[in-house]
Design a protein around this ligand. Structure first.
Ligand SMILES: C[S@@+](CC[C@H](N)C(=O)[O-])C[C@H]1O[C@@H](n2cnc3c(N)ncnc32)[C@H](O)[C@@H]1O
Length: 205
């Protein structure tokens, strides 16, 4: 029997809970990684828009296996345990001068991931514009913080200017794809940009 959209969303949420993750979004990152192998052998990962913490937890435990470092930044605190782990939390706006400096102090990163999203208003063009602004800031940040060969994954609400941003990323990365994971709600207009193999990067400190 086909599941309703609501039933589908509840199923993913319950499955996340069963596996010990605070949010269903973990399945989106798993699917992206299964398809694009974005993590390779990373040592430092930056997670922008990280709360409540499913992506951070997945990277910390399943990818880095407790080693390396995940720098997790969000306007809100994470709801997962951080003390004694390989997670460093930065609470606040990822794009403020102060937080950029904190995030930069751990750079360069092998992978930058961002599930950051604006508060939605219900007005699609306003929501797409705000999502685009966040995506542009993440893309900009990756220029100065990502290693050569590094990968970038970020969420964007599909709208008119997504194609322009993708075009500009193609100058900096070998391959850029737009992907909508199966587990995104059917009705959702979010998708993910996966930019692989950064052509030039910042040197190790
Ligand atoms: C969909 S949630 C992220 C879920 C997370 N990936 C997980 O797996 O638990 C989007 C997050 O983006 C955050 N966000 C939006 N704008 C931000 C900004 N400028 N700086 C930091 N976080 C931001 C929101 O606070 C929200 O927690």
């Amino acid at each position: 029997m086909a599941k309703s959209k609501k039933g589908e969303s509840d199923w993913w949420s319950q499955e996340a809970k069963r596996l010990g993750y605070p949010a269903r979004s973990v399945f989106k990152l798993k699917e992206i990684n299964d398809r694009f192998h974005v993590f390779g052998k990373p040592d430092k990962v930056l997670d922008v828009g990280a709360a409540p913490g499913s992506w951070t937890q997945f990277v910390s435990q399943e990818i880095l296996k407790g080693r390396g470092l995940v720098v997790a930044c969000d306007l809100n605190p994470l709801s997962i345990p951080v003390e004694g782990t390989n997670i460093t939390e930065v609470v606040g706006d990822a794009f403020s001068e102060e937080n950029q400096a904190r995030i930069a102090s751990f750079a360069p990163y092998c992978v930058v991931i961002s599930d950051a999203a604006p508060h939605t208003t219900g007005n699609r063009s306003v929501d797409c514009q705000r999502s685009l602004e966040i995506a542009q800031c993440v893309a900009e940040l990756s220029k100065s913080m990502l290693k050569k060969g590094g990968n970038l994954v970020f969420k964007i609400y599909q709208g008119g200017e997504t194609a322009e941003l993708v075009r500009s990323l193609k100058k900096d990365f070998k391959k850029v794809s737009v992907f909508k994971p199966e587990c995104c709600r059917n009705s959702s207009f979010e998708c993910f940009v996966v930019a692989q193999d950064k052509l030039a990067g910042v040197a190790e400190a």
